[in-house]
Design a binder for this molecule. Structure first.
Ligand code: NAI
Ligand code: CS2
Length: 487
């Protein structure tokens, strides 16, 4: 079959010039999704291109994605990233992937054996917020999670990412092989701390000695990751075909901007990602908090209110001045005051840059896509800042409207009476609550009392209940567009 590895690409496309045969699988990555393809893999590719690096990646997806992994194999692990600015597009070919696996093709044992290979120094992850099997409000392991229950019963046949990592670390300890670093690249507040806490708690349930060994030997750096990478569509893939000259089912489009701030805490070495623009720092948490609250918080706000207001993409919401102003105010009035940043951080410029990124008309980032998994996202995008405003006695109307927008969205019916496809790991429970109340403000306290989303000091707070009820009532009476305009 004609593909990127065996065909003449368009003349304008530059293939990396480094010697791929010198790369070793020193990173195993879990979650070959849209984001990783345009972020960590691209940084690693650039390091190989610019320096004498032997860091290659084995790509593994534990859930679904069989098709993308088999396509990647068919094209010799090469694929395209198209960086789409408002005016122009830059194409990059990524060549640092050494191999790929999927438990469905290779079996669970082979995947664990790969992670246990002595030269593997980092196991990294983009497995979405729900992949950590935590209670979103507390950030601690959810022992009732069905994957956790199954993995504790049958640890040699894990299903969760936690189960795979722990099993691989067990093999390494038993064989006297050095441990690897576990690096989360998900949008999770304190992602390294959360990964560590979840893995240790999980291991405690299996083998306390192993838990102690992991605690003493494995590192879990926190990372702040940023690049807007919408899910690929037919249109994206056909644009990529036009740009490179052959079809690339693994191709992905993203914005030109990228940022990666990494806590420099690696137990077995790491690539020099700084060569490609990453920053290594001692404390990532303030940067993570800034990004999660200002970018992702306003993204979720725009996703719920935008979807309800009839906007398909984030860039469409930016063409409405009320939405644009509301997003900026959400960043500056609701989120920025709640942050403690290192000296010199300029949050106003950061907010202006975010609005500019959201405006990019070439990126077709669906409001529906961002609205997904709200139960996992809202606590970290809005919970911390809500707590801050309650303590300060300051205005939190943007947060109240964002939460009301989520509640209206998960009702499953839009403002025209059409069904909404609500995707969330807690969808069944949310559906039952919404159905039992209908489109009525009585649903607000019922949803606010779900403690895994809203800690009781938030969910039971009368001020919060009233503010969200008012916003919800306004959405019912006036619709999303008018409510945002009146904010
Ligand atoms: P995607 O849907 O393209 O890929 C998701 C990946 O996660 C797939 O490889 C899937 O196999 C894996 N996965 C899903 N559920 C899992 C589970 N329970 N356990 C283990 N693996 C699981 O999504 P995308 O865009 O790659 O985003 C993934 C994550 O990356 C996001 O949730 C977010 O935390 C982070 N991220 C995404 C950005 C973006 O703009 N797309 C930007 C910054 C961070
Ligand atoms: C988005 C993020 O899907 C979402 O929830 O808010 O994936 C966002 O695009 C990235 O975090 C940008 O770095």
């Amino acid at each position: 079959m004609k593909n990127i590895s065996n065909s003449q690409l368009n003349e304008s496309v530059n293939m990396p010039t480094y010697n791929r045969s010198t790369l070793k699988t020193r990173i195993v990555h879990l979650g070959f999704g849209a984001f990783h393809r345009a972020h960590q893999a691209l940084y690693t590719n650039e390091v190989a291109q610019k320096a004498d690096s032997d860091w290659g990646i084995c790509e593994i997806s534990l859930f679904s994605s069989e098709k993308i992994i088999s396509s990647l194999k068919e094209q010799d692990h090469l694929y395209t990233v198209a960086e789409k600015g408002a005016q122009s597009t830059q194409v990059k070919i990524i060549a640092c992937i050494t191999e790929s696996m999927h438990p469905k093709f290779n079996g669970i044992e082979a995947v664990i054996e790969k992670m246990a290979e002595p030269q593997v120094a980092i196991v990294s992850m983009t497995i979405t917020e729900k992949g950590y099997c935590i209670d979103p409000a507390t950030g601690l392991l959810d022992k009732n999670n069905e994957l956790v229950i199954s993995d504790i019963k049958n640890p040699a046949q894990p299903k969760s990412a936690l189960g795979y990592i722990v099993q691989a670390l067990k093999l390494r300890r038993d064989r006297g092989i050095n441990p690897f670093t576990v690096m989360s690249c998900d949008n999770v507040q304190g992602n390294g701390h959360v990964a560590k806490a979840a893995i240790l708690e999980f291991t405690q349930l299996l083998d306390t000695k192993l838990a102690t060994w992991i605690e003493q030997n494995v590192t879990f750096p926190c990372t702040m990751v940023d690049r807007i990478v919408p899910a690929a569509t037919e249109q994206t893939l056909s644009e990529i075909t036009n740009l490179i000259g052959v079809e690339d089912p693994c191709g992905i489009a993203c914005e030109p901007f990228r940022q990666w701030v990494i806590e420099d805490n690696f137990v077995a070495g790491r690539p020099e990602w700084d060569i490609a623009g990453a920053e290594f720092v001692d404390d990532v948490v303030p940067f993570e908090e800034m990004k999660l609250r200002m970018l992702n918080g306003s993204h979720s706000f725009l996703a719920y209110l935008g979807y309800l207001g009839g906007f398909e993409h984030i860039s469409d919401t930016m063409t409405d001045l009320s939405y644009r102003k509301a997003a900026f105010d959400m960043m500056m009035q609701a989120q920025a005051p709640s942050l403690t940043m290192p000296e010199g951080a300029d949050l106003e410029s950061y907010a202006a840059l975010l609005i500019n990124r959201f405006e990019n008309p070439s990126l077709k980032h669906q409001t529906w896509q961002i609205a997904m998994d709200g139960s996992q996202k809202i606590p970290q995008r809005m919970g911390g800042s809500l707590r801050f405003h309650l303590e300060q006695g300051s205005d939190f109307k943007w947060l109240a409207l964002g939460i009301a927008g989520w509640m209206r969205f998960i009702s499953g019916v839009d403002e025209q009476g059409n069904d909404i496809d609500v995707r969330d790991p807690m969808a069944t429970m949310l559906r039952e609550i919404c159905d039992s109340h209908g489109l009525n403000t009585s649903v607000v306290p019922a949803l606010l009392s779900i403690e895994s989303i809203f800690a009781s000091e938030i969910g039971q707070n009368v001020q919060v209940i009233n503010a969200v009820k008012n916003a919800y009532q306004s959405l019912l009476n006036n619709g999303a567009k008018a409510t945002v305009a009146a904010l």
